[in-house]
Design a protein around this ligand. Structure first.
Ligand SMILES: [Fe+2]
Ligand SMILES: [Fe+2]
Length: 330
């Protein structure tokens, strides 16, 4: 990537981060157009964003795929991506090194707000609240027995479940928006953001704990049950479904606090933070697993707030779309 492009991307990273924190998706959209034309594949410059213009192609491409072999042959990947006008984008970090991740991009990284109140709790007052609360408490019992004090493994396994509700709820709101020809108030995106954030927790903990074969089998079975159970719960009562997640997040905060205690006692080794965590949470070089658990716990506290808030809105007889969604709430 040329030096000029690197500077543009660095500027973009800072700009996009500001855009996310104030909930402005527009800022990142505008900035994206400014850099999505890197000369990533030699002389081929194709903008996939300028839909109203004919893409610029070089002479070789004008001759068509047959001139250089079939679209699937010859240079393989390079030919195919050029043919469809998709240029693999390259980014640089603020220190000038190449962005190593394809699973998330610089503008999705953020600094976690670890000053969030971890002790907030919704007192279960109604029958539905108590149902949600005791369901979560009951689920914790077998979890404690299964994992004991293996908090690294516990975190990894629980994140496989935690990433489901946001996706299910987002999908259902998406379908509802289509059926009713109405806006979502940003809630689809907010819930999908939550699901993605939880999945990044999993991608991070995978780096410090590897699942055994029977744990993989357990995830397979649990996902089958939990996905369908949550789907059904959300269809019947979104207020209950969001409340359940609110309480699950309260339990997650508790689990990560126990994780931190074990790290401080030295029973779990405080290894260096995985590289993916350093970039995703914009952590300082030299950060450790303890720092990672701190930021993940802060994320869980934000999920707790979002889901209890969503449940409260339903309790007030409102639809989520009536209130702007807490987009980029980290
Ligand atoms: Fe999580
Ligand atoms: Fe969470």
């Amino acid at each position: 990537m040329a030096k000029g492009d690197a500077v543009a991307v660095s500027g973009y990273v800072r700009g996009a981060a500001a855009g996310i924190s104030d909930g402005s998706a527009r800022a990142s959209g505008e900035a994206a157009i400014s850099w999505m034309r890197p000369p990533a594949l030699g002389s081929r410059r194709v903008s996939t964003l300028a839909l109203d213009r004919k893409p610029e192609v070089d002479e070789e491409e004008e001759k068509g795929p047959s001139a250089t072999g079939s679209a699937g042959g010859g240079n393989g990947k390079k030919e195919i991506s050029s043919y469809w006008g998709i240029v693999p984008a390259k980014f640089t970090k603020e220190d000038g090194t190449e962005w190593p991740w394809t699973c998330f991009r610089p503008w999705e990284a953020y600094k976690a707000n670890t000053s969030i109140d971890l002790t907030k709790h919704h007192d279960p007052a109604t029958f539905l609240d108590k149902t949600a609360y005791w369901t979560v408490k009951a689920l914790r019992f077998p979890t404690d027995i299964f994992f004991q004090r293996r908090y690294g493994c516990r975190a990894m396994m629980l994140e496989t479940v935690a990433a489901v509700p946001g996706m299910v709820a987002g999908m259902l709101l998406h379908c509802k928006s289509l059926r009713r020809f109405e806006h979502s108030g940003g809630w689809i995106k907010a819930l999908l953001e939550e699901a993605e954030n939880e999945r990044m927790h999993l991608m991070t903990f995978m780096e410090v704990s590897q699942p055994r074969w029977y744990e993989r089998a357990l995830v397979f079975a649990v996902q089958g049950v939990f996905f369908n159970a949550y789907l059904l719960a959300y269809l019947i009562s979104p207020k209950l479904a969001h409340r359940v997640v609110g309480y699950l997040e309260e339990e997650a905060i508790h689990s990560y606090t126990e994780f931190l205690k074990e790290l401080d006692k030295g029973t779990i080794e405080n290894v260096p933070a995985p590289a993916i965590a350093l970039d995703y949470w914009r952590m300082e070089p030299g950060s450790t697993l303890r720092d990672v658990v701190m930021v993940v716990r802060a994320d869980e506290a934000h999920h707790r707030d979002v889901n209890h808030f969503a449940s409260d809105l339903h309790y007030q007889g409102r639809e989520l779309k009536e209130t702007p969604a807490p987009l980029g709430y980290h």
